[in-house]
Write a protein that binds this ligand. Structure first.
Ligand code: 5AD
Ligand code: SF4
Length: 469
């Protein structure tokens, strides 16, 4: 979601004449878009700010006529630590949260005025002065004030993120999201459709519907009532030219009957689902306030596999949650063993300020958490490698979405989210082609373009193939 937000910030700034550059050295403004989900991510912000401060100083020495880059911090660390951040890093010009970036032009204008005052005789030269802070949860909806998405501006042209929902009301006891992103908000169906049409008109073939908990989606339907996620997917699936739909991230508790069913009926909905479980222990799941048991999760997985037998699953895991015993951790290992994931993200529990779990007394020692994480990751890596290995010899439809590192090499995504390297001309970018998988590596596959498969039987669930010339 931070990638999406950063792109939208670039859209907001384009009318002011800003374009993206590759590094901070050339920039007139640097925006750090930050993540507060775990301590490690939050800490990086301050070390990065230290480097940017040096850059600013160096530029004022080498180019005294040019003002140093304006520095802005966006995102959830900014939201959570706003005033404190300005006090700790007074050289920062603007601090704003995830819900106010549509106001960037006003913030920049204010920061410019402050800087001009500071540069005048008697002003505080070299410093931009008091930083601008905007970490409100505004009345107006951010999305109503953003310009239309511009797919081409961001390099990638045939795949795009599309935010449909933001914030969360689930209040898992370990998680900062409900505090930093705010309460759950679903964008109206009409707005999502319009943005999707715009993306497809700009060449996008695959959209990933984004939100902290997209399967809680309940956007206003055109006319009256609401659309749930299944209805939204059905509405998007009829858009001609849109070939693939994905959604992330989802909560097992919000998997509805209609959503399960659409995985079996909508050919454009890709057979890959990120369904975070966090733990396999019912005791820990209850302490996390997740609202389901391991058996409920298994039932959801079974149902998905019933409607879409080839569905690949990915998950999120937290080890070392306060009070997690060896037996609790073993329950997580058992769950992983049974589910068999294609991909996964696993983390050591990180106490976050302001969350209920951070106040629990029975915190798990760091070394115990680290050892458990290592064991879990070994198992998850084995499963991922085995999953990739099973693809060798198979033909998969690939959406070729970027050039590879080597000249003549392209990279595409399989339906199961695997990156696949093939040799082919740039004219194939943006096409869906059939590829034979020849090798599997830890994080990617290699394949060769198959000749056109006019007579080959096509499985009913596969999306329409682009023709390869
Ligand atoms: N500590 C460790 N991992 C966390 N996550 C969220 N909050 C924490 C935390 N306090 C993980 C969860 C979530 C993913 C986005 O980040 O697994 O699903
Ligand atoms: Fe955080 Fe996800 Fe739980 Fe919401 S559902 S509180 S975003 S972990």
């Amino acid at each position: 979601m931070n990638v999406y937000d950063s792109d939208r910030m670039a859209d907001v700034l384009a009318p002011l004449g800003y374009t993206s550059v590759d590094g901070p050295e050339d920039a007139d403004m640097v925006i750090l878009n930050t993540c507060h989900i775990r301590e490690k991510a939050a800490e990086k912000v301050y070390s990065e700010l230290g480097r940017l401060r040096q850059l600013k100083q160096a530029r004022s020495e080498t180019e005294p006529d040019r003002r140093g880059p304006m520095l802005a911090v966006a995102g959830c660390v900014a939201q959570a630590e706003g005033a404190e951040m300005l006090a700790r890093a007074p050289f920062v010009d603007i601090v704003f949260g995830p819900q106010t970036y549509h106001r960037l032009p006003e913030m920049i204008a204010k920061a410019e005025r402050t800087a001009e005052r500071a540069a005048k005789p008697g002003g505080r030269n070299g410093s931009r002065g008091a930083g601008i802070l905007d970490t409100e949860f505004p009345e107006e909806a951010k999305f109503d004030h953003l310009p239309n998405a511009q797919p081409k501006r961001h390099g990638a042209s045939c795949t795009a993120f599309l935010t449909i929902q933001e914030g969360c009301d689930k209040f898992c006891t370990f998680c900062v999201v409900p505090y930093t992103r705010g309460v759950e908000f679903s964008r109206p169906g009409r707005a999502v459709l319009a943005e999707c049409h715009q993306l497809v008109d700009g060449g996008v073939r695959e959209v990933t519907l984004l939100g902290q908990n997209v399967n809680a989606y309940h956007g206003a339907a055109p006319g009256s009532g609401n659309w749930d996620l299944a209805e939204l997917i059905a509405q998007l699936a009829v858009i001609e030219g849109l070939e693939r739909i994905r959604y992330t991230t989802s909560h097992p508790r919000d998997m509805t009957d209609r959503l399960f069913d659409i995985h079996g009926t909508c050919a454009k909905l890709m057979p890959y689902l990120h369904l975070p479980v966090q733990s396999g222990s019912d005791r820990i799941l209850a302490a996390m306030n997740r609202g389901y048991t391991a058996a409920d999760y298994h039932a959801a997985v079974a149902r998905l596999r019933q409607v879409r037998p080839d569905i690949a699953l990915s998950g999120d895991f937290i080890v070392g949650f306060p009070g997690e015993s060896e037996a609790d951790f073993e329950a997580t290992m058992e769950l992983v063993d049974e589910v068999n994931y294609a991909q996964a993200y696993s983390f050591k529990y990180s106490p976050r300020p302001g969350t209920p779990a951070a106040l629990l007394e029975n915190q798990v020692p760091d070394d115990v958490g680290a050892a458990r994480l290592q064991r879990l990751q070994e198992l998850l890596n084995q499963q991922q490698q085995a999953f990739n290995q099973r693809m060798v010899g198979r033909r998969l439809p690939l959406l070729l979405d970027r050039a590879g590192r080597r000249p003549g090499q392209l990279v595409g995504r399989s339906p199961y989210m695997q990156a696949v390297h093939v040799d082919g001309g740039l004219n194939l970018l943006g096409r869906i082609v059939e590829v034979e998988i020849t090798a599997a590596h830890a994080n990617s596959l290699a394949g060769t373009l198959s000749p056109p498969q006019a007579a080959a039987p096509r499985r009913p669930m596969e999306p329409r193939m682009g023709r390869v010339s």
